[in-house]
Design a binder for this molecule. Sequence first.
Ligand code: DQA
Length: 143
Amino acid sequence: MYLVIHGPNLNLLGKREPEVYGNLTLEDINQQLKDLAVDLEIELTITQLNGEGEIVDCIHQALNDEIEGILINPGAYTHYSIAIRDAISGVEIPTVEVHLSNIYQREDFRHKSVIAPVVKGQVSGLGLNSYLLGLRGLVSEVW
Ligand code: DQA
């Protein structure tokens, strides 16, 4: 079983700054992830959480649920949440970080990810494909 965590404000996708994040809704992205999961013959559970503590709890729960890999878009927490970073490094579950937008092309405060040092890899700037490629990478585990 693999886990997808969408962080804060991603429930607003489709309405939120479409020039930055595109027109797809979170449901559209989730449907594409589910279709890919069928192709990859994996089970997927998907959640969206706005709270930092909720995300930390969800990552801890992943350990109990024997989750094999986590695909996470930490949203704005990417840039400052040491708590989420520590949760990821603490559970030692292979994790891939994704962003719809290219965080390195945007405001200076988005250029740093405190999550990046504790994940297998990061996909940023490819919209829906950030998620789809991230999931493929997580599942294929060729590292
Ligand atoms: C984001 C980029 C973050 O900087 C921003 O706060 C988000 C979304 C992305 O997917 O591009 O909420 O993670």
